[in-house]
Design a protein around this ligand. Structure first.
Ligand code: PEP
Ligand code: MG
Length: 589
């Protein structure tokens, strides 16, 4: 029986199922009093503002003290409240009191608008989250100024599903897994703090479920959320609840079972070893990666360092981030990909020209030749951080051998300069190429011997091979990794890697889907890099498989001539062998 239509579909943010009465967080609308003050009131207002910051800090310290242990939840909580410590927020607000003669609430509100307007200039999800952070902090200070009780989740009844327009770290940090069964928010993305913290606390969450959700749900009304698929059911019928209860039981059993695999080697029953790595985009995700048993980072996308701001990140700032990632993961390898900007990801700080076909334009390495200073700054930061751990550098969007040589020459030249200036630079920094253009795939035999490793970026390789825009829903049905043309390319890349004696990894989404594992194992992909929480499941399937049976399946599907037939055959076989694991992954009800 297929699952009923959900009431809403949001973004899966933290895996798991939650069933419970809704606890709807309706934030009271705050009407900020706006008043011009007299000269003799200025000192008093400025002091009132300062005192409100101090009281808020005290409240947050109390919440912080209640967070169990240290780790990611505490880190995220602290990161948000750096805004409270940030002198600009306080100083600018105080100036609004002193220079413009505004009352404390208005002065603070004016500064909030200014900061949020800065963030708005960048159409980037990560950036919007940071704008929301400042909003949360300011709201708390406003509550103190206006003599209101701080709002939050401390009164949420046990077992409830919290429903809110948005949630900040201050809200999430106040709850435990025992108290809150799940979160669902109208706004947010996978990089929202609520998403990161919920994953860390092990509480299922769906974000970005769309506006109007809070208005649609009454307190106490039954809600079911599926944090794997993003489905949300409001007031579901008895059969749906029963179905999800059953799913939840299965999930808990499977999760418990999966956690046993976290620290076991990723090896098939007949001894073929694969390396399980994590894809991450921020330092905060390393905790998740290591907790789920990642043996290093296979792809650290550095674009986000550039996207969340109006200027470009300095060498020092980048050095600090790379050093932290390398230290946290040592002694494991960390593959840091140099920036893949351009195309649809254009940060304000770069001011690149508009392009008619951005996916075919000045992306990845193509942009470095146009903006050498940007590339040099990033490479210098990487080289200086290299001694903190085991760095591997990965170059995106390579389509000619010359491009890769250019990257190699630049890296070597900068390393020599830095050493001459007295910096410590590791003398073993493998340099690899992303294979994500058909050009790179087809000439993998020429590329492989010039690189130290290859990483297959199936997200782009597929879009360029099949001429299917990876973001276009209308042609999504064609976006099929099992297309024979794509499979043959992956096969060719693996063969080229073997001949050259280098590792071939895969960091596109294809790597993290359990249904694909046998095919990748049989093709000889040595490293799989994926979302951290997929690692235990993939590892379990690998440990229950033999490379022999995987090879048999591969041999069969390579004789088939359409993506549909291949998918059907692979799924049939994998579902027969791993029914529970595949259902768990798909979030099937
Ligand atoms: C890819 O193309 O498969 C890849 C991993 O890179 P991105 O998704 O960042 O383009
Ligand atoms: Mg790519």
């Amino acid at each position: 029986m297929s699952a009923p239509e959900p009431t809403r579909s949001g973004l899966p943010a933290s895996p798991g199922i939650a069933i419970g009465p809704a606890y709807v967080l309706r934030r009271e609308r705050m009407v900020i009093p706006e008043r011009r003050i007299e000269a003799d009131e200025v000192d008093g207002e400025a002091e009132r503002l300062e005192a409100a910051f101090a009281t808020t800090r005290g409240q947050l310290d109390e919440i912080r003290a209640g967070i169990e242990g240290t780790g990611l939840v505490g880190d995220v909580f602290d990161a948000q409240f750096l805004f409270l410590e940030d002198p600009t927020l306080r100083e600018h607000s105080a100036q609004n009191v002193r220079v413009l003669g505004l009352n404390a609430e208005w002065a603070l509100q004016r500064e909030l608008r200014r900061v949020q307007a800065l963030f708005e200039g960048v159409a980037d999800a990560y950036m919007r989250e940071r704008a929301a952070d400042v909003g949360h902090v300011v709201r708390r200070v406003q509550q103190v100024l206006m003599g209101r009780e701080p709002e939050g989740l401390s009164n949420a009844p046990p077992g409830c599903v919290v429903v809110a327009e948005e949630l900040g770290p201050g809200d999430v940090a106040q709850v435990t897994r025992e108290q809150v069964a799940g979160f669902v928010t109208e706004t947010g993305s996978r990089t929202s703090h609520v998403a990161i913290m919920a994953r860390s606390l092990g509480i299922p969450a769906v974000v970005g479920a769309g506006s109007g959700l809070v208005a649609q749900i009454d307190d106490g009304e039954e809600v079911v959320i599926d944090g794997r698929s993003g489905r949300v059911y409001v007031g579901p019928d008895g059969a749906t609840v029963e179905r999800y209860r059953e799913q939840a039981r299965l999930l808990i059993d499977t999760e418990r079972e999966l956690l046993r695999y976290v620290h076991l080697p990723a090896e098939s029953r007949d001894g073929v070893r694969m390396t399980m790595l994590a894809n991450i985009e921020s330092v905060e995700e390393i905790g998740d990666a290591l907790r789920f048993g990642a043996e290093g980072v296979g792809l650290f996308r550095t674009e986000y360092l550039y996207m969340n701001r109006a200027d470009l990140p300095s060498e020092e700032e980048q050095f600090d981030v790379y050093r932290k990632v390398l230290e946290a993961c040592a002694p494991h390898d960390v593959v840091i990909r140099t920036l893949d900007l351009g195309g649809d990801k254009v940060p304000t700080g770069l001011a690149l020209a508009e392009e008619e076909n951005p996916a075919l334009g000045l992306r990845g390495i193509r942009m470095y030749q146009d903006r050498p200073a940007v590339f040099h700054t990033q490479l210098r930061a990487l080289l200086r951080a290299s001694s903190a751990g085991r760095l591997k550098v990965l170059i995106p969007m390579v389509s000619t051998l010359g491009e890769f040589q250019f990257a190699r020459d630049t890296l070597e030249q900068l390393a020599a300069e830095l050493r001459a200036a007295g910096h410590v630079v590791s003398d073993d920094i493998p340099l690899g190429a992303m294979v994500e253009t058909p050009a790179a795939a087809v000439m993998a035999d020429l590329l492989a011997p010039r690189t130290d490793f290859l990483s297959i970026g199936t997200n782009d390789l597929l879009q360029y091979t099949l001429a299917v825009d990876r973001t276009n829903q209308q042609v999504a049905y064609l976006y099929e990794p099992f297309h024979p043309a794509h499979l043959r390319m992956v096969q060719q890349i693996c063969q080229a890697g073997r001949r050259a004696g280098i590792t071939v990894g895969m960091c596109g989404e294809m790597a993290g889907d359990p249904a694909n594992l046998w095919i990748l194992l049989a093709l000889g992909v040595g490293e799989l890099s994926m979302a951290p929480f997929s690692i235990p499941l993939i590892k379990k399937i690998l440990r229950d498989s033999t490379a022999g049976e995987a090879r048999e399946l591969l041999a069969t599907v390579l004789r088939l001539d359409s993506a549909e037939e291949i998918r059907e055959r692979v799924e049939e076989r994998m579902r027969a062998r791993f029914p529970v694991e595949l259902a768990y992954h798909a979030g099937e009800g």
